[in-house]
Every structure is written in structure tokens, then in C-alpha cells.
Design a protein around this ligand. Sequence first.
Ligand SMILES: Nc1nc2c(c(=O)[nH]1)N[C@H]1C(S)=C(S)[C@@H](COP(=O)(O)O)O[C@H]1N2
Ligand SMILES: [Mo]
Length: 256
Amino acid sequence: MTIHIDRRRLIAGAAASLVGVTLGGRAAMASSWWDALGSAEALTRTAQRGLLAGAKLAPEFPESSLSPTFRANGSTDPREAAYKKLVQGHFADWRLEVGGLVDTPLRLSLNDLRALPSRTQITRHDCVEGWSCIGKWSGVPLGEVLKRAGLKSSAKFIVFYCADAFEQTLDGSGQYYESVDLVDAFHPQTLLAYDMNNAALTVPHGAPLRLRVERQLGYKMAKYLMKIEAVTGFEKIGGGNGGFWEDRGYQWYGGI
Ligand SMILES: Nc1nc2c(c(=O)[nH]1)N[C@H]1C(S)=C(S)[C@@H](COP(=O)(O)O)O[C@H]1N2
Ligand SMILES: [Mo]
């Protein structure tokens, strides 16, 4: 047991210093030493991969580079009744569900999200269709939310479920969704964005919350977020390829 505790402390410390997070009371709340050890190891692995391979930041730009208009693409006005109702209520009833392989499932309002640590970045959005726009995004780093939910060691991917069906199909396969691995999930520029160009995100751009994964192509940046889920794999979700466009032939890792 002593060995486990020491190792846990060591790993937790390493993870905290590498990614600049504090595990806080998280380890003490874990259901078993093994859970604590596992989660810390997952975080360490993520942090180390981040440092060694994936920590590169996407380029950021000055205000003067902002595109005068930022094109909207894909779904720009979801017709789903549930979503329309949320728009009418100015998203007061909207909640982001955080679940799956986490210790503490969360239901977060926009105010909850705005109360968490935030980051602002000006980045270039590259759509696979061949256009780019530079925009300013503010939001909570996804890692901050995952840290609070506490990922179980079996979690390998984060799946994002959206309010819109881009193509309405009888079997429901047209529902937009996406996924990233833990390296991208904990990358400092991966945001759950609620503001664009200094104003609350508008409906065309994914209100009230969208994902920014700045080192990947536009289709990864899921708009109209409703739920995020930590999973071991995405074989049984949607068409099994990790995203709406991936199910239609696009690469899961849409690197740029
Ligand atoms: N929910 C949802 N997210 C989505 C899409 C969509 O149709 N539905 N389209 C994707 C594509 S292909 C791109 S290029 C960007 C467009 O974001 P924008 O409308 O802010 O330009 O959103 C991505 N996220
Ligand atoms: Mo796109």
C-alpha cells in the first residue's frame, strides 16, 4: 500500500507540474487507490505525450488579422424543436451534460462555465472545403471541465454530442457529433467556447457552446454542444468512426 501511495503522489505531482493543474482533493475522493493511480497515470501520459509530441500550439494572431466576416458553415440554424426552444429562452435552460467515464457527472449552465478559468485566442479556422477565417474565441479549456468531473483511467476519448442533425435520416445517423483523444482534450488551446469576437456565440456559429480544437480542421469543432462523454472507444457511437463527417469518409484526425 505504501508503494501505491508514494507512486500516486509522485505521478500526481508530475502530472500537475507538467500540465499546470492541481489535482486538489480529487485523489482523496477516488473510490480506490487503484482508481486514483489510474487517473493520475492517464493524466501523466497525456501530459507527457503533450510535452513530447503534441504540445505544439496552433498559431495565434493579432486583433488586426481578424476576418471582417467569419463564414458560417454546416448547420447554421438548427431546426430541432428542442434547440429552438432553448434559443427562445436565451439558453437559460441549456445545460452541458458531462458524463460517461467520470467520477462526478456534471450539468453545467452557461454561468457555471463562465465562472471557470477562461482562455481567449485568435486562431485560423480551416475548413476542409478550402476556406479559412480568423476569429477570436473565449471559453473554458476543456481540460478544466474534465479535471472537475475526474476522468476514470479507462477513459481514452471525449465524445461531443450536438443539438443538430446535419442530415435528417430515419435511423438518426444524421446527428452531428465529434470526438478527440486525451492529448487534444487537455491541450491548452482546446476550448469549450462561449464567446466569438468579444460577443456571445451566435446561432450560426454554434450557440451557446462549441468546441475549438485548433490544430485540426473545421469539422472537428462541434457546434451546438449538449453533452460530452468520456469513453474507452467510439465503435458503438453513431457510425462508429468518431464523428459525423468521419462516418462519411473524413479522417478522424483532421490535422492541419
Ligand atoms: N454541430 C455542428 N457542428 C459543426 C458543423 C455542423 O454542421 N454541425 N459543421 C462543421 C464544419 S464542416 C465547420 S467548417 C465548422 C464551421 O463553423 P462556423 O459555422 O463557425 O464557421 O463547424 C463544424 N461544426
Ligand atoms: Mo468544414
